[in-house]
Each structure stands twice: as C-alpha cells, then as structure tokens.
Design a protein around this ligand. Sequence first.
Ligand SMILES: [Fe+2]
Ligand SMILES: [Fe+2]
Length: 465
Amino acid sequence: MPKNRQRNDPSRQSMRVIGCCSLLLVSVAFPACAHENHDQPAAVSDIVTYRSTALPERILLGWKSHPDTSQAVTWRTDTSVQYAYAQIAVAEAGPMFVPKAKAAQLNATTTFVPTDLGDRHYHAVNFTGLKPNTLYVYRVGDRTNWSAWIHFRTASAEPEPFSFVYYGDAQNDLKSHWSRVFREAFSDAPRAKFMLHAGDLVNRGNSDAEWGEWCAAGGWVNGMIPTVAIPGNHEYDRNRVDPTPEEIKQDDRHLCRRWRARFELPENGPPDLLETCYYLDFQGVRFVGLNSMEDYQPQAKWLDTVLTDNPNRWTIVTHHHPIYSGSKGRNNPEMRAAWQPIYDKHKVDLVLTGHDHTYGRTGQMKHEANLQTGERTRSEQGGTVYVVSVSGPKQYGRNDFKFARRAEDTQLYQIISIDGDKLRYQARTATGTLYDGFTLQKSPGKPNQLINQIPETPENLRPEK
Ligand SMILES: [Fe+2]
Ligand SMILES: [Fe+2]
C-alpha cells in the first residue's frame, strides 16, 4: 500500500495558514550538534547560512510545457520582494542583448512559503514561445536586485541525440557528501540536458536548511541545466518542525510545502497529483514520473492512457520506490502488480528508481506474479530494464535479488544517452569510475536487444557473514 494517502495538496494550502515567527524561535532553541542527526531540526548556524534577502537565490530551471518552446524558472527571496520579474533574450556573444531582454520582461508569480527558518517568497516565470535548439540568456530579480545573466538552450523539436543525468536518493549530508557526486556528474556530462532525481532529494521535506544544502550542491548549474524530479517518502513531511505528541502519533505527513513552488513541472497528470505525476517529451523520449507515495491504481489507469498515445521512440519511467527492491524487507508487491503489467504492455524501455540506498540493475524483466527473486535476469523475449540507485551517503545492505550488477556502500550517478535506436547507460561512482554499463538497441518489430558492458571490476559488496 502507498505509505501516504493524503489526497489534498498541502504544498499550497499550508502556505496560507502557518505563521512562522514562532517556528523560527523554536528552531533557535535546538542544539548546534543537531545537524548531524537526521531526525532533528536544523542547527542555529543554518539560520544564518540560509537566511534569505531580496537577492534572488536558489535559481532552478524546470519545464511546465514543451522543452523545445518553453522553459520555466523559480527562485526565492525574502518576503520584502512583493513583485518579481524575469528578462530574456536570445544569447549573443557580447552584451548587446540587454535592451532586448529588458523589453521582454515578464512578471513572476509569487508564492508565500513559510519555512522552519522563516517566511520566504518563491517566484516563478514560464518562458513560452521560444525557438527550438536556441541558446537564451535570462536573469531574475525585482528590478533593483538582479541575478547574473544565465544561459539555457531549448530542446530540439526533432529526436536528436542527447544525454541526461539520473540520481538516486541524495537525501543526507547534502553539503558534505552529496555535493561531490553532483560536481563529478557535471564534470562528466556538462552538456547534459537535465538532471533527473528519483525522490528523497532531502531527508526532511520541510527543512529549509536541507533544501539550502541541496541547492548549494548544484549551485549555478541549477540555473542552467533543468531539474526533473519526483517526490520520495522524505518529501512527505509533517507540516511543523515541532509536532505535538498527537501529531507524532498520527504520523500525519503531506507533500512538503515547497514542492510545487520549488519545482516547475508539467501539470498533465491526474488532477490531485499535479507536479508529482506527469509526463514530458524530450527529443524522441517520453519521460513519465509517477508518485509512488500515492494510490497506484489511478496512476496505472492514467499511465495506460499516456503510453497508448505515445509517438516517441523511447519510453523511460521514474518513481521513487523500486519495482525490484535491492535491500532487505523493502519489497513492493502491490506497486509491482499495478504498474509493471502496464510497462510490459507498452514496452517501457527503462525504469529509474531510488529509496533502497543500494545499487541494483536488472536484465530485461517482465511481470511475473510474486517474483522478487530475480532468477530470470535475461529474457530473449525483451522486457524492461530496472534500476535502483543511490547518490547520497546513506547506504543499506543488500537482499538476495539477482541483479545483473549491484553495489553496496557506493555513491553513484548515472549518465544516460539516447542516439536514434541506441540507448547507452553508464553508472559511475562518486570518484568517476565506470561501475556498470549497457546499451539497448532497438530494431523494427523486434524486442530491444540488451548488450551488457559491465566493467571487469569486482562488485562493491559487503563481505558475506
Ligand atoms: Fe525513500
Ligand atoms: Fe531514501
């Protein structure tokens, strides 16, 4: 069963009702050592580190509609900024674009978001009517305080080759441990078209300091390379950092308040799951994000419709909880039963997940009732390749599932490249070392051919006891 069946959208509702002055005072009272304890609120120093001003910060690109003709951006300030703006022009080699960008100024939508470290304003602009495969330059601000001018390139209108980066759970120690993974991934794939996060981006969805660390880890890259994300269980959080005993007992968690203000994502999913369940077409690939924290069956029905009418050559799905789990006691049979037959029916090529804090990559799999053993990791009849990965430092031990390649105690990022009939997958460790690889080859009228390209290095596994 989904761990959370809250069907309302507290990310919007709670913004209006929670005052935060008292929350700020409560946070000050916590000990400075709390930062290392993932269950405790932020430390005092975080209040200083992540205090906002009128200057735009945490600038993040995303998409609300077609990537070849649109680009969305969000950023945040303190609440003194009531009106915010973005300016945009086609990039030029010199600064002569500035008058054109000023003439093309857009008003931002501003959302009030109370956080445990104080009230914030999140601003959003959706640039539309853009030209495909074109380098643009933009900045955001309040007409006094502006960001730097930042570039982005729109997608091609055609299915041209591209790469993207996929991360499993970042979640913990984002500044000290996860940031090096991000830097290594960016160094390896600086022209990646977007960064895909399969949930659990932070440990506590309503911790402003943790989101501050997550944004700082990506830094200016987040303003230049779009982020595509779906929520994990850790983006479902209590609305208050100081829950009452009754609230603790009820364990009443909701999608974190900032999710919909923070990420700009297509609103083409089920009406009660906007920006947590959606699809996005990018240069010949249909990407589908599902919300594994919510009911499976309505999403299965929606997914069937979305994949029935799919003109793209490739289909990649992402959700947080894995179809084939890599850690003990984390089997998801109901989700597997609801979603995997839809993947089989529509020949989904690849499913990218997280949650298990370990690495596992299957062969080509099809749904079999009650299968969580992995005996058949290679099928001559085709099937979907499933990945569970982790980019952050929290690591769990493995179960007995027979993956084609697996790892423990290893932080990884994945670079996935699509070029016509070929999909190339590489998993690399935090040190940039190739750890796993395969190519999927499409041929007309035939199942995908899986060509394993696993390096001959031993698997990173804990010793057998
Ligand atoms: Fe998780
Ligand atoms: Fe996690």
